[in-house]
Each structure stands twice: as C-alpha cells, then as structure tokens.
Unconditional design. Structure first.
Lengths: 205, 496, 119
C-alpha cells in the first residue's frame, strides 16, 4: 500500500497546475477583500513521510520571533489541515490593512484577523481545488496558537498516517512588510483520492 | 426566495441554535424562536430593523467585515470562541456555580443569497464547554505550579534522585544527570537499574539503610557515594526511588585529614625524639668531656675510664632503642600482631617521657601484665600517645607549676575484654565540647588541644581499625588522699 | 491555422490543446513551447495565428515574452492564459498589447469567443 502513496511526475504536474489556478483565485480574493495587492508564490508540492513533518516544519519556519499559527480542519473527500503561519509583526501590519486603528489593535484582534485570513485562504485555495476535482469540501472553524517552539504543535503526531502532502506557499503583500506561509497538509486517504481524481483528469486530456 | 415554507419554519424554530438572516447593512430578516426565548426580543419587533438598535455595543465594523468576506468568498466565516466570547450579549439565568455571566457563543456566518447580499448567522451556545474548559485550565495551572515547585525542590537538593518503574528509569532530577556525567535527561531515561548500578552486591546489600559504595559510570570513571533504594507504591504500581549522595569530596577530605593527622603525629614525634635525645646526648657529651679532661689532668683512672665508657655505651643503646621504637611507630601497620598490652603502654611512655618529665607530670601505672591483644600495635600506640599528648597539653594549660600533675593509666581484663583507662587531673573538658572532642576541629570549629586532630585519630583508630570502643567523660578520682578531677578516657578492646 | 501554446506545465498545455481540439472546427496545427524564450524563437520561425501564453514561466516569463513578440511583430495575436488574474497583471498585459487575457482554465465559450474575434 505504501508505494502507492506517491505521485507520479504527471500527477504532480497536473496537481501543480490545479494548485496554480486555485492560488490564482485566492490571490484575487485576498486582493479584493483586503484591498491590497497580494502575492501568493507558486505553490510548492511535496510528499514526505509523516514522521519527518516536525523536522521539515522546524526547518521551514524561523521561530526566533513570536509567530501565530492557525489551524483549520478540512472535511470531505480531501481531508486534512490548513496551517497558516505568520510572524507577529506581519500580523499587526495586516491588521492596519484591515482598517484597524493603532489603539484598536490588541492580541485578540490580531488573532481574529489571522483566523480570518486563514479562512479566506482555505476557502479560496482548497475550495477551488475541490471544484476543479469535481468534489466538495467543508471547513471547521480555525483555531489559533502562539508559537515559540516547534514542540508546541502537539497535534503533529500524525503517526497513524504514513505520508503527508505539503502544499506550501508564501503570502506577500506588495506595499506592506508581511510574510506568511500557508501549509496544506493532507494524509494517506486523501492523497489516494487526489491521485484518483488527477488520473481522471489526465485521462481526459 | 420564499422562506416562509412551513417545513423550514418548523425546523428553524425547533433547532437548538440561534438563526439570524441578515444583510450586509445588518438589517434582520429572520429571527428564530431560540433567539426570541433567550433574548426576550420578539421576532416581530426586530425584523426589518437594524441589529445595532438592539445591541448597540456590538462591534458592527467587525461583523460587517465578516459578512462581506463570507459573501465575497461564497464560503463560511467564523467568530472563534478562543477570541470572541460572544456576539450577542445574553445574560445567563444560572444561579449556582457560575463561571461566566453571559452566554458563551460560537458563531458561523454562511452566505445565503449573494445577489441580495444576505447571510445566515448561526449562534451556538457553548457555555457549558467553556466552563469545563475554564475549570480544566485552572486545574492545569495549579498542577503546573505544583510541578514547578516540586521540580525546584528536587533540583535544589544535593542528592541525586532517580525514579524507577519496573526497574527502568522514568524520571530523575538534575543532580542525577550531572552526577553520572550525562548531558540530558534523555540519556538516562529507560536505562535499566542493573546497567546503572553495575555492582550487583550493592543492590543486594541495600535494605533500607544507606550504604557506602563505589559507583561506576558509563564512561568508566567512578565515585564514592552513599546510596539508598526505597520501594514505593503509587496507584498500586511498584516504583523504586534511588538516592545517591556523592561523598567523594568528603572521602577526599577524610583521607587528607588522615594524612594531615599522620604528619602532625610525625611532627610531634620528631619533637619528642629531639627532646628525648637531648638528655642522653648531653650525658654522652659530658661523660666524654669529663674523661678527656681527667686524662689531660692526668687523673684518669682505668676504673673511671671504664665507667665513663659504660655510661656512654649504655646511653647510646638507649638512644638506639628509642630510634627503633620510633621507626616501628612510623612504619605502617598492615598486619595485626599479638602484643602485650603493658609492654606496649610502657613503650609508649618511653616515647614521650621527656615531655612528661619536663612538665613534672607524675605517671601512675596500674597495669595487668598478662593482657595480650591481637591487633594493630602501632596504631594502638598512636592512639594512646595522642591521648597522653592531650592530657599533657591540658595539664600544661590548666595547672600551675606548683600543682600536683597526675596521669593515671590502668589496664584490666574483664572476660574477653581488655579495658584501658587513662585519666588526668587537669580539671576536665568543657561541657560544651566534650561530646565533640573526637571530631576533627575544622568541622566543629573547636580547638580542644594541639592540632585538634589527635583525639579524632585516636577515635578513628580504636573504633574503625581496631574495632574497639572509646569514650570520654569528666571524672573525679582520689590520689594519695586527695580529690582531683579530669578527663577520663576508657578504651575497650578484645583480648586474647 | 498555426497555433502556439506556451506553458512550463505539460498539463496546462494539454488542457489548452484539449479545449482547442474540442471546440474549434478549423484545421489546427498546434506547436508547443515551454517558456518565453522558446515561444519567441518558435514565433520567429512559424509565425502562428495565435499565441497562447502563460505568465509565470522560467527562463523568460510571459510579460517579457509578450513584449518581445510584439516587438518582433506588432500584429502578433497573443492571448495570455494565466492563473494570476489580478487586475494589476491584467492591466499590464493589455498595455503591452495582448490580444486578450483569460483566466485559467480556459473554457469553450471563451475559446470560441477568441476565435470569433480573429475573424
């Protein structure tokens, strides 16, 4: 079973295309909602072993400064989690962008905004992807944590899954100093489901 | 959009959640029964009106933003309970056990009609869950605080403490990690008890009293320690607690102490030798000079010469004997031997007789000449000499030149025990320190006499090496019809 | 009719080609390029009727390729097909002389529309 939880070159290419399109819509959505020019970098797709997830993330994220992490569950045939990571200062900058005044900005407000962005990103990227794959997903309300060490992400002990797809992208705003990353994590069954769908699409071409 | 269908009305009004149909401008289009009951606002009163009119404190900016987002995305947005405690301020009717004054709510905003810009706000009452969460948090904080305190306690103690379950290490304090030369707790966790304490005999010996043992580390270094193991029951599971105190420092000091005391004893001995020899050397010198002068004067008779030479010979022999006794004393006694108690004591006296004579100390002996002891003779000598030195110093300090100065030594045998008693008349040892005289002075900060080590060494020799007993007390005694008081030492050894 | 389809993703190219084959009745000769540079070189060689061009590509991106192709042939018909559909980008390519700007994935209606425009 394990050898099947992998994407072939063609499947990867196809998924990459679908993600590109999805992220394109997401970028537009953000730009419209936030009224600021956003840029989502081209999504990087990787499949790694689930026991490597923690070390992968601790390499990717520079946790020297305080970060906020929000996690949102994805339900449906594509199931998994969205993980949005942003450093505190960037989050504050986004708060300004949302039209908040300096004295209105406190930890609660910032968290709320990060949660909103997570929601926006999930809805636009994954919904789009699901749409292109001809399937439906729904999202649970996102939760938020303050992160100073990778060990705080306790729910990363996903040892019951063998593999994880990581679709990662960077969110940058043109006129602001905002840096954030979005990780979409899906697991074994979803990967197989995605494979199936991708192959359907490939066959039709 | 006809939403007055009976079926949906029934569902909406029996659902255990709040349902508001509202537009981007916060005008309410539908207000379900759940809300009517809980807010006391009738549906007919609020429909068509603005939500803000009824809830002026509501953050309208935020709500409008969320509604707009939901519509633009055509997807749900949320108010996260972690951040926002409630949207509508609904007071709780609970009287007992209150944590919150208002209903805690989870809110979902779902797009309903994109063209008409309508959304549905779902309100979920999560007060109970929030309360449980709150209480759990409180308990968690309490536990964390207790944990911190415990950790502090365990890490400040000097003992290494290691906890075992099924003979595997499950926890330990900082001292344990450092003591075994490891870098982190992880290196110790899950190690087997038998791998940590390699010497099985140690494990067998420990029974509730701590024992001294040599512990071997993984890196082949070792240290002397005081070690104890206790079994304990936690929730009907057996755990072992191992405590280790590193006494290598103490041992080192002890050895140093022993060496120092030996050197001190030697120093004193050399002083004694010098003392002892002065007189005999004097005699030899005078005798030789005398004979020479007589010769020069022509009055040296054969007899006179013979006497002088005899005297010199005799004195030289005496000197030689002294050297032998001293040499024996300085030799380390590795073997036990059978020796005569009286003989030994008399030899001891000869070693320090000059000093005693100088101070005019009378020695009174009451010795049983038939007592034999199988033990370390030189060590015994050292022990007795130290006691005698002490008596000498005490007399020197406490008595005047004209006073009678006495040291009484007596020996007797009771069944299998040889009893040696030494008493002086220097007035006795101060009550404050008499209990401590066998301790080395630098631990008790008292300097009884001399280097403060003499009695400590005597005690160590009698008790540890010779396996006998020694005690001290202040005692009165009668000598030549007079009453005196002084320090009384009683030594008990096994006799042959 | 010669058509040039440019995208660094094989999948993306295939999707465009599929739509072309399904919805366009004309006889089409389809050429593929993987990046802006290849597109430019091929354009110079075969002078296609329409160029379909992606924006994000390695070696030479869509914006640059568009500019260069227009430089070479002012009448070139370049249709930008991209996932990046921000107004910003749209304005930029239209300014550079793009024939049209289409959001990925291109559907039959839009495809037909484009061919209508050519006639």
């Amino acid at each position: 079973m394990e050898s099947e939880i992998n994407l072939t070159e063609d499947e990867k290419d196809c998924l990459q295309e679908l993600m590109n399109v999805a992220y394109g819509s997401a970028t537009a959505a953000i730009t419209e909602i936030l009224d600021a020019f956003a840029k989502l970098s081209i999504p990087k797709i990787q499949i790694i072993n689930s026991n490597e997830l923690k070390s992968y993330l601790s390499n990717e994220l520079d946790l020297e400064v305080e970060h906020l992490v929000s996690l949102q569950q994805i339900n449906g045939s594509i199931s998994g989690e969205n993980m949005f990571v942003i450093d505190k200062q960037s989050a504050i900058n986004i708060a300004y962008k949302f039209g908040l005044e300096e004295d209105e900005i406190d930890d609660n407000e910032i968290s709320d905004i990060v949660l909103e962005i997570t929601n926006i990103l999930s809805s636009s990227t994954i919904s789009k992807l699901a749409e292109n794959m001809d399937t439906n997903v729904s999202f649970s309300a996102p939760t938020i944590k303050s992160l100073t060490s990778i060990n705080q992400l306790n729910n990363l002990s996903i040892t019951k899954y063998k593999k994880v797809i990581i679709i990662s992208t960077e969110l940058k705003f043109e006129d602001l100093n905002i840096n954030a990353e979005l990780f979409i994590l899906t697991t074994d069954n979803s990967i197989l489901y995605i494979k199936e769908k991708l192959n359907k699409i490939l066959d039709s071409l | 959009m006809n939403f007055n269908t009976n079926k949906f009305d029934i569902i909406c009004n029996t659902l255990d959640n709040g349902i508001i149909l509202i537009n981007k401008n916060l005008e309410v289009k539908f207000w379900n029964r759940w809300l009517e009951i809980r807010t006391g606002i009738n549906s007919s009163n609020i429909i068509g009106k603005n939500l803000i009119d009824f809830y002026p404190n509501l953050d309208s900016k935020k709500l409008i933003r969320k509604i707009t987002t939901a519509l633009k995305l055509n997807s749900s947005t949320f108010y996260t309970p972690q951040i926002s405690k409630f949207l509508l301020n609904i007071e709780l009717g609970k009287i007992t056990d209150r944590v919150f004054d208002n209903m805690q709510q989870s809110i979902t905003i779902t797009p309903f009609d994109l063209e008409e810009e309508l959304v549905i706000i779902y309100i979920y009452d999560i007060t109970i869950i929030s309360e449980i969460n709150y209480q759990l948090n409180e308990i968690k904080e309490e536990v964390e605080e207790k944990n911190e305190k415990l950790k502090l306690l365990l890490d400040t103690t000097m003992d290494a403490i290691i906890l075992f379950k099924d003979d595997l290490i499950i926890d330990c304090n900082k001292v344990a990690i450092e003591l075994f030369n490891y870098n982190s707790k992880d290196e110790l966790l899950n190690k087997d008890l038998k791998k940590l304490i390699i010497n099985k005999k140690i494990l067998e010996k420990i029974n509730d009293k701590p024992i001294e043992a040599n512990i071997l580390r993984e890196d082949k270094s070792s240290f002397k320690a005081l070690i104890n193991i206790k079994d304990t029951l936690i929730k009907s599971q057996v755990f072992k607690i191992l405590t280790i105190v590193d006494i290598s420092e103490i041992k080192r000091k002890e050895n140093l102490l022993a060496e120092q005391s030996k050197l001190a004893a030697m120093g004193e001995m050399i002083g004694n030798i010098a003392h002892q020899w002065r007189q005999p050397l004097n005699i030899i010198s005078i005798t030789a000079s005398g004979a020479r002068i007589k010769k020069e004067l022509g009055i040296l008779s054969d007899e006179s010469l013979s006497d002088s030479l005899k005297q010199i010979s005799y004195t030289t022999e005496h000197l030689s004997e002294t050297i032998d006794v001293f040499k024996d004393f300085l030799k380390e006694n590795k073997e036990k031997s059978l020796f005569n108690l009286s003989h030994n004591i008399k030899n001891n006296l000869s070693l320090i007789e000059t000093i005693l004579k100088e101070n005019n100390i009378q020695i009174h002996l009451d010795l049983d000449n038939d007592i034999y002891i199988y033990n370390f003779s030189n060590e015994f000598t050292q022990a007795i000499i130290n006691i005698l030195h002490n008596a000498n110093d005490a007399i020197k300090n406490n008595l005047n030149n004209n006073d009678t100065k006495i040291i009484k030594i007596s020996t007797r045998q009771e069944k299998h025990k040889a009893i040696i008693e030494i008493i002086d008349n220097a007035g006795g040892i101060n009550q404050n320190i008499i209990k401590k005289v066998f301790e080395p002075y630098f631990t008790t900060k008292h300097k009884y006499q001399g280097t403060g080590l003499g009695l400590y060494v005597s005690h160590k020799i009698i008790k540890m090496s010779m396996k006998g007993t020694i005690s001290v007390s202040n005692k009165k005694f009668i000598f030549e019809d007079k009453a005196y008081k002084g320090a009384y030492f009683k030594i008990t050894l096994t006799a042959n | 009719m010669k058509i040039l389809v440019t995208d660094d993703s094989k999948m993306a190219r295939k999707m465009v080609i599929k739509t072309l084959n399904e919805d366009i009745e004309e006889n089409l000769e389809i050429f593929e390029a993987q990046n802006g540079q290849e597109a430019l070189d091929l354009y110079k060689e075969i002078s296609p009727t329409i160029v379909f061009l992606d924006l994000t590509m390695p070696v030479m991106d869509g914006f640059t390729a568009l500019e260069k192709i227009k430089e070479f042939d002012n009448n070139a018909r370049v249709v930008i097909i991209s996932a990046d559909i921000q107004k910003n980008s749209m304005d930029k390519v239209l300014k550079l002389g793009a024939f049209d700007f289409v959001k990925k994935p291109i559907d039959s209606t839009k495809m037909k529309q484009i061919f209508e425009k050519i006639k």
